[in-house]
Write a new protein. Sequence first.
Length: 198
Amino acid sequence: MTLRFARLAVLAPLAALFLSNPLAAEPAATPAASEVKVALDTSAGRIVLALDPVHAPVTTANFLKYVDGGRFNGEGFYRAMKFGDGGLIQAGVTSNARKLLPPIKHEPVSETGIKHVAGTVAMANLGPGTARADFFILTTEAPSFNDTFAAFGKVVEGMDVAKSILASPVSATKGEGVMRGQMLDPVIKITKASRLAN
């Protein structure tokens, strides 16, 4: 349980989040034919992601193992962290540790070119090489994340749903450390995660 809430504790240095980088580029251009689209059907609505297997092959393949294996079904978005003019929503496998796959190699922005801008989807971690199932979606840019988290895609539909999840009620008492006051109450369920035809 503690590990679950500690997963994104590395986001604690919030001061850097408020620094804006006007030169932050959009995620690396990916030919539409190479994108892999995934629908996250949630209790708040549908979010469609376009994943980038060309620039982030390891991270994308890992995420698709969770999707294809039904490991995200019944899980949920459990965290809403507000900063700047938006924030992030975090989801992952929290119900059963047996659903977790081994940690994966870290693919930094310096390798992928995919920056942390509004709409980016990235893996949460406790440090490079520790990402497993937890991921987050940004509703605003976070250039300070570029050295720490592996971005691997973007929201192409349902950004309004992501923003509504960010605005959903949180518990004042749930969560540990920097995550206290950021835990969604109730959790926004992922009823189904599935690939879509391009």
